[in-house]
Design a protein around this ligand. Structure first.
Ligand code: V0V
Length: 143
């Protein structure tokens, strides 16, 4: 069901400063930037090496009541989520619900670059916020 690691999300206070740090010190290239109002984030996707593997997603808060702002308040900057690519986010969420895990949303929401996303509650996944990502443009029956 999980096809590969899509990205690893890192909470940062200042997106531009973090993009600079990752570029100058680690040589990661920013390949996409977006504001997601519903999620309360400004985010950037960074390519590693030849960009054939998982990306790094930098997540900065838009608002003090957002998930990333709460995370920064509690834990400071650092790893916030692990995201897996799936072919069908509804099917993947249903399968995990059937195994007793709590999904955060009843129906998928919009993620980066037109993807459809849902999350497993970190308390049901060994302390890891697990994201399911169905990339834009994958075929879905019924569309
Ligand atoms: C909270 N907890 C975490 C955690 N956030 N544990 C591991 N990783 C995290 N990221 C722990 C927290 O320490 C508490 O543990 C417990 O979960 C419950 O905390 P809570 O206070 O009830 O819940 P909140 O208000 O901190 O919310 C946590 C959740 C929230 C996960 C429900 O962050 C959420 O809705 N996240 C999903 C949306 C999101 O993260 N959006 C930003 C990325 P103790 O103290 O009880 O032991 S947007 C994105 O990824 C996009 C756009 C994309 O990929 O395309």
């Amino acid at each position: 069901e999980l096809l590969r690691i899509d990205h690893v999300g890192i909470a940062v206070a200042d997106l531009d400063e973090a993009i600079r740090f990752y570029g100058e010190t680690l040589g990661l290239r920013c390949v996409h930037q977006e504001t997601n109002d519903e999620q309360g984030v400004r985010e950037a996707m960074l390519a590693v090496g030849d960009d054939t593997g998982p990306r790094i997603q930098l997540l900065a808060p838009l608002r003090p009541d957002s998930a990333i702002a709460k995370f920064l308040d509690r834990s400071g900057p650092g790893l916030q989520q692990l995201a897996y690519t799936v072919a069908d986010v509804e099917a993947a969420a249903d399968a995990l619900r059937a195994r007793g895990l709590r999904l955060l949303y009843d129906t998928p929401r919009r993620g980066t670059a037109g993807s459809r996303i849902n999350f497993v509650h970190p308390k049901d996944a060994g302390g890891v916020l697990v994201e399911l990502v169905e990339p834009a443009g994958v075929h879905r029956s019924g569309d």
